[in-house]
Write a protein that binds this ligand. Structure first.
Ligand SMILES: Cc1cc2nc3c(=O)[nH]c(=O)nc-3n(C[C@H](O)[C@H](O)[C@H](O)COP(=O)(O)O)c2cc1C
Length: 184
């Protein structure tokens, strides 16, 4: 049974939902996941108690949560020693153009360059538009952003773009690679 730590940062909750789904997939596959928010992790948490680590964060204003960047920088030696994976949640990842795909990958590249982390796997995950959770200004700004790329500007509802099949494949591929390397 592989002990996998899933650490995440989130601003409106979608990355938490993705992290929880990753935990569910791991558990269903017979592994032992621990899913926790980077800021609210237990004090006793030690990366060395795990066989593998998955970190997730979302993009706001072109960057991932600063507290996740700080945490990864601090733990980078352990993260580079253990099998690890990073997933990045954004709206750019939901856009179906080459330019957007490049931009979503650039968010990841910038995060990895800044932290010095070299994970075994990375994924870009389409996020959500949670108009009902935004304050007035954020709702207005996000509506203008959404209008440029989609029709999704009804602020009385929420839009979710996350492809759950891709999230499941990312998780099973990652643990599959762990099983293969431990069998060698
Ligand atoms: C204020 C704000 C700024 C955002 N900036 C970006 C951005 O620069 N690029 C992008 O691709 N998505 C951007 N997004 C979309 C978020 O990445 C997306 O809503 C994601 O699902 C948020 O995940 P979270 O709920 O875990 O924080 C932004 C969202 C908000 C509310």
């Amino acid at each position: 049974m592989t002990r996998v730590l899933v650490l995440y940062g989130t601003s409106e909750g979608q990355t938490e939902t993705v992290a929880e789904r990753i935990g569910d997939v791991l558990e269903a596959a017979g592994h032992d996941p621990t899913v926790t928010h980077v800021l609210y992790r237990p004090e006793s948490l030690r990366l060395t108690d795990y066989d593998a680590i998955i970190v997730g964060a979302s993009v706001h204003g072109g960057k991932h949560q600063r507290y996740v960047t700080r945490y990864v920088k601090k733990q980078v030696d352990e993260l580079n020693r253990l099998p690890s994976a990073f997933f990045s949640v954004s709206l750019t990842a939901a856009e179906d153009t080459d330019e957007a795909r490049d931009r979503a990958r650039r968010y990841v590249a910038a995060f990895l360059a800044e932290t010095g982390w070299n994970p075994d796997e990375t994924a870009v995950v389409p996020g959500a538009l949670k108009y009902r959770q935004y304050g007035t200004l954020k709702r207005f700004v996000m509506k203008q952003v959404a209008k440029r790329t989609s029709e999704d500007s009804d602020t009385s509802r929420e839009y979710e773009y996350t492809d759950w099949t891709d999230v499941e494949s990312f998780t099973t591929d990652f643990v599959g690679s762990l099983e293969k390397s431990s069998a060698r």
